[in-house]
Design a protein. Structure first.
Length: 126
C-alpha cells in the first residue's frame, strides 16, 4: 500500500525544515561562525585568481628550496622554461615561496614577497 503525502504532512515537513535551517549553527548571516581548517586548505576559498595563478596565501611555504638554475629553454614568444633545483618552471609558476617572474636567455628573476632574486646560469654574469 502506497502512502501519499497529504497537504498537512507536506506543510509539517516544510515547517520542520525551515525551523531547522533558521536555528542551525550554519544559518546564513551567522556572524559568529568561523571555519576551522585544522591546518588544511579552506574549501570555500578559491585556489586561483582570474589569471589562473595560484593565490599567494594558498602556496605551500617551503623553507628548503634549492635555487640552482640548471638550464633554460628560451623563446622570443615568451613561452620559456627553466629548470631550477630539478623542477621545470615557467613565468608565473610557484617554486616553494618564490614566484617565477621572468625567464631570460641567461637568467631567471624570482619574486618572494615583493623582493626580487636573480639567479644566473653557471658561468654567466649579469
Amino acid at each position: 500500500m502506497r502512502t501519499r503525502f497529504t497537504t498537512k504532512m507536506r506543510t509539517a515537513v516544510l515547517l520542520s525544515l525551515l525551523i531547522f535551517i533558521a536555528f542551525s549553527p550554519f544559518a546564513p548571516g551567522d556572524e559568529n561562525f568561523k571555519y576551522d581548517a585544522k591546518n588544511k586548505r579552506d574549501p570555500f576559498r578559491p585556489l586561483i585568481d582570474r589569471d589562473g595563478n595560484l593565490l599567494p596565501e594558498l602556496r605551500p611555504v617551503t623553507a628548503n628550496v634549492e635555487l640552482n638554475l640548471e638550464g633554460i629553454v628560451w623563446s622570443k614568444s615568451g613561452d620559456s622554461y627553466a629548470i631550477i633545483g630539478g623542477s621545470v618552471v615557467r613565468a608565473g609558476d610557484i617554486l616553494g615561496d618564490y614566484k617565477v617572474k621572468t625567464i631570460e636567455k641567461t637568467r631567471v628573476i624570482l619574486d618572494r614577497g615583493g623582493e626580487e632574486s636573480v639567479i644566473n646560469l653557471r658561468g654567466e654574469e649579469e
